[in-house]
Design a protein around this ligand. Structure first.
Ligand code: 0RA
Length: 640
């Protein structure tokens, strides 16, 4: 009889022999190439994972043997039953390993009966048995150890009682049949990765990986499950979350799902998703549900709290930018789609995930308001960056279309050295100061760009609008490093750019406006440590016919002590402006690298500074003043 078909009323199982599996292996494991070969490991491993998921096991060991072509999987579960089946008069373990199960696993434990195997057909151990030249099952159960051996799916000998034994569990050794598989070498890396993921997806499960080919042993065990997984991904990707704790959500009823994610400073969006522990590299309905739920929750939060930004429209990509997370769902009858069968296709899953995530995320945002604010801020930045990026590329293509060569601004007094490493650009406020600076500078290494007109308050404007401002456009052209997403410090025409303004409130204002622009649209320059503030002197000290400049109070005292003459009364005035300084003095006090003081502009916390800028610009001018002073203090003082 080539087929055995039996109907059993008590278990409702359709039992069938294994001949069809050997005849058409592709139907059961997808193919006989490398993927099919590894599928054998997943089938056996997933059975043990099932046993663990149902609460009967917490340890699984997988051994790739020295030959690289045989594997042992063992667990400390209940052990496959060995008692004789009432109708078939054969040990249950033999039926399980020698028949195709149309009706699923012989599990009457009453616990959630998920089949973890997201495999192509989920038919389990008997398929592996059919396609193995040798398979040995060892069971510890009922106080004894039992063993049975098979060849190409057929028993070699009856079930043997080896002897008394403590504990319970199942061990399956198998050696794929070279008559079926052209190549029977397993890839250790492929197996290792799958095991590691399983240890994250099934929190608490201890998976031991023994790679005898490479003489390696590893234990994967994560009590924090996918949250630990997320942590590892963030570290690996070097992605810094913008909030401390990830959003974590799990749900058992309906369908089982578990997820966690964080918004990060990364511009990448990365969601690792799994169905029944199987990676779904091509996403599918579960991922779609998550994305839809997150979008709705965020939009709703922004709307209810009236956080809608002016001047930009938030798009889905802005909300998702930088989100890194893990999604794991368990579906009873997963349908996979696509060439590589790694996209979930069950339509009901989408609305279930969406419907669960949306209220949960909204509630989380509402009960973590400062976190929510940080996230919303990050989203708004993404939207602004996106608009700036589009505007910038439009602008650049327009430029290259009209004049291919860089057209330097007319009022730039460039330096003569062609070595970037030794050259610097001073942005100087006002014409008269610009004139002094041009005369007083080291022409070889120092370039001067005087800013004449009003510098635009760039906050909240699109980049294309900003670039209509002549002063800003000149600055961009002179630096030559590009703007917006194009900005590349390596292309900058100078080693550093130094903002030089008076130490009065107008000076602070213009410096703030320039820094705001650079922070928003040329941030890489700041990150590369190539933006500086020059510190002109604070006091002018006149003693008789001599004039001295004091950098600060201590300097002033020193000058007074050193140059005081009994009969002459020193005259101290606060420094009024760069314009009153002779070129030579400007050189000595502010430009000369040997004597000047510079502050390097740094960003301590990008989001914090972002908030500061948002809050301060366009509001109280004294607050702007404070901002620049605080920035200056934060910046590292340098002797350049
Ligand atoms: C059928 C019934 C029961 C357990 C198993 C199969 C079982 C199968 C595998 C495969 C690998 N590890 C396994 N562990 C258990 C339930 C037995 C009972 O009710 O005690």
């Amino acid at each position: 009889m080539s087929r055995m078909s039996t109907y059993n009323a008590s278990s409702i199982q359709v039992l069938e022999g294994l001949e069809p599996v050997r005849k058409r292996p592709g139907m059961y494991i997808g193919g006989t190439g490398s993927a099919g070969l590894h599928h054998l490991v997943w089938e056996i491993f997933d059975n043990s994972v099932d046993e663990a998921m149902n609460g009967h096991a917490d340890q699984i060991e997988v051994i790739l043997h020295k030959d690289g072509t045989s594997v042992t999987v063992s667990d400390n579960g209940r052990g496959i039953p060995v008692d004789k089946h009432p109708t078939h008069k054969k040990p249950a373990v033999e039926i399980i390993l020698c028949t195709l199960h149309a009706g699923g696993k012989f599990d009457n434990s009453g616990q959630g009966n998920y089949k973890t195997s997201g495999g192509l057909h989920g038919v389990g151990a008997s398929v592996v048995n059919a396609l193995s030249k040798k398979l040995v099952v060892t069971v510890k159960r009922d106080g004894y150890e039992w063993q049975m051996e098979f060849k190409q799916g057929k028993p070699v000998s009856p079930l043997k009682k080896l002897g008394p034994s403590r504990g319970t569990g199942t061990t399956i050794f198998f050696h794929p049949d070279p008559q079926i598989f052209p190549r029977t070498e397993f890839n250790p890396q492929t197996i290792r990765e799958r095991l590691e993921v399983a240890s994250y997806i099934h929190k608490g499960l201890k998976v031991t990986w023994v790679d005898e080919v490479n003489n390696k042993k590893e234990v994967f065990h994560h009590e924090d499950g996918i949250v630990a997984f997320l942590k590892q991904i963030l570290t690996e990707k070097n992605a810094k979350p913008v909030h401390d704790q990830p959003f974590i959500f799990s749900k058992e009823n309906g369908i089982r799902m578990e997820m966690c994610f964080s918004w990060t400073e990364s511009t990448e969006e990365l969601l690792k998703s799994y169905v029944n522990g199987i990676p779904t590299g091509n996403g599918g309905t579960h991922e779609n549900g998550l994305r839809a739920g997150v979008l709705k929750a965020i939009r709703n939060y922004i709307e209810t709290h009236e956080l809608t930004p002016r001047g930009v429209t938030l798009q889905a990509e802005d909300i998702r930018e930088g989100v890194i997370g893990v999604l794991s769902v368990f579906v009873e009858d997963p349908q996979f789609q696509g060439q590589t069968k790694d996209r979930l296709n069950n339509t009901e899953v989408q609305s279930m995930v969406d419907g669960a995530v949306r209220p949960a995320l909204e509630q989380w945002l509402n009960s973590n308001r400062s976190v929510a604010e940080t996230i919303v801020n990050r989203i708004i930045i993404a939207a602004r960056a996106r608009e700036a990026s589009r505007a910038a590329s439009a602008n650049i293509s327009r430029k290259t279309a009209t004049n291919g060569r860089l057209n330097l601004p007319g009022k730039l007094a460039d330096c003569s050295s062609s070595h970037r490493e030794e050259s610097e650009l001073f942005i100087v406020e006002g014409d008269s100061a610009g004139g002094s600076a041009k005369q007083g500078r080291d022409r070889d290494k120092q370039a001067i760009l005087p800013l004449r007109g009003k510098v635009l308050n760039t906050e909240g404007s699109s980049l294309s609008k900003i670039l209509e401002n002549k002063e800003i456009a000149d600055l961009v052209t002179a630096l030559g490093c590009g703007v917006g997403p194009e900005c590349d410090p390596d292309k900058m025409r100078y080693q550093r750019v130094i903002l030089l303004a008076d130490a009065d409130s107008d000076g602070h204002h213009i410096t703030t406006l320039l820094l705001t622009f650079i922070f928003r649209h040329m941030r890489p320059l700041i990150e590369a440590g190539r933006v500086y503030l020059a510190l002109p002197p604070l006091y002018r000290v006149d003693i008789g016919k001599e004039t001295y400049w004091a950098a600060d109070d201590a300097d002033k005292e020193r000058i007074l002590k050193q140059h005081a003459r009994g009969n002459v009364r020193p005259e101290i005035t606060r420094f009024k402006g760069l314009g009153e300084m002779m070129p030579k003095v400007l050189w000595e006090t502010t430009l000369n690298p040997r004597t000047r003081r510079l502050l390097r502009v740094e960003i301590s916390d990008p989001l914090a500074s972002d908030r500061v800028i948002n809050e301060l610009m366009g509001k109280d001018p004294s607050a702007r003043f404070r901002f620049i002073m605080e920035r200056a203090e934060e910046a590292e003082e340098l002797d350049v």
